[in-house]
Design a protein around this ligand. Structure first.
Ligand SMILES: NC(=O)c1ccc[n+]([C@@H]2O[C@H](COP(=O)([O-])OP(=O)(O)OC[C@H]3O[C@@H](n4cnc5c(N)ncnc54)[C@H](OP(=O)(O)O)[C@@H]3O)[C@@H](O)[C@H]2O)c1
Length: 257
């Protein structure tokens, strides 16, 4: 652990974001945890503190433009620096391309793309000072778009692109930027997908969950902790020269090279 190192983790109230916060509690001295659900964030913070790091909690809706200022101001006021920024929050609707409304498109983009874009820009000055790291979370739908989850695919493809654009600037400014492209990870979000998908395919949720890995050509679902370990590596000193990359972790689901 550095003498003082500070990471901001969005989406830290559950799923991959929570697993990431718990993992980073071993590598950073302080974490700033952002999402909307205050109670869940407080539970994450308690576990982070038990692991030995300080934690501050911000119950914010990252779709709102003012949230970027709130998160970065709080990090700087509480801890005086930002060394790593991990964008995990995401809630893009899985609705068919031909049924999805403009409002539903805008909502997904407002959080996952624009929320992360604004937060990165707001934190950039502090990241330049610390020679820090940023990781965006994309998703393997970006590499294999289908009409049933076109917004997820398009948003995740945009995430890879914007991460690359930030990484180019980061080469000049000393800020490392990457994106991670997870495949199917078993979280609350994945479970709700199966709750919708299973009845539409005349399956029970249990049957759908069993069938998915076989059809996807993977041995099993990923665990949030596995993505968390990858994210922790990307913001560690060992990965400093790894920048501008889009790192896929999907159990081999993507069959092309
Ligand atoms: N699970 C997978 O298979 C998978 C695969 C590829 C990519 N991903 C990506 O990984 C990320 C995490 O996914 P997950 O499966 O862990 O999902 P999850 O369990 O549903 O967690 C999503 C997180 O985003 C936060 N969030 C949602 N809306 C928000 C808002 N308006 N403002 C602030 N925070 C908000 C949620 O917290 P609150 O509800 O408390 O706000 C929660 O902490 C997402 O970006 C997802 O697209 C997941």
């Amino acid at each position: 652990m550095n003498a003082k190192s500070v990471a901001i983790v969005t989406g830290a109230s559950q799923g991959i974001g929570k697993a990431t916060a718990l993992r980073l509690a071993h590598d950073f001295s302080a974490l700033v945890l952002a999402a909307r659900d205050e109670e869940n964030l407080a539970a994450t913070a308690a576990e982070v503190r038990s692991a030995g790091a300080e934690a501050t909690v911000l119950a914010v809706d990252l779709r709102q433009p003012e949230s970027a200022d709130i998160v970065v101001n709080s990090a700087l006021q509480s801890f005086g620096r930002v060394d790593a920024l991990l964008h995990i929050a995401g809630a893009v609707s899985q609705i068919d391309l031909f049924d999805m409304t403009d409002a539903q498109w805008d909502d997904g983009m407002a959080l996952k793309l624009h929320g992360a874009r604004r937060l990165t820009i707001r934190a950039w000055g502090a990241l330049k000072v610390s020679k820090g790291s940023v990781v965006f979370i994309s998703g393997s739908a970006a590499l294999d778009p289908k009409p049933g989850f076109a917004a997820v695919a398009a948003t995740n493809a945009a995430i890879i692109a914007i991460a690359k654009a930030f990484a180019e600037q980061g080469i000049k400014d000393g800020v490392q930027v990457n994106s991670v492209v997870p495949g199917a990870v078993m979280t609350g979000r994945r479970q709700s997908f199966f709750e919708k998908w299973a009845p539409a395919h005349n399956l029970s949720v249990e049957e759908a969950i069993k069938k998915f890995p076989v059809e996807a050509g993977i041995s099993r679902f990923g665990r949030p902790e596995e993505i968390a370990d990858l994210l922790a590596y990307l913001v560690s000193p060992a990965a400093k020269w790894l920048t501008g990359a889009s790192v896929r972790m999907d159990g081999g689901e993507t069959k092309g090279v």
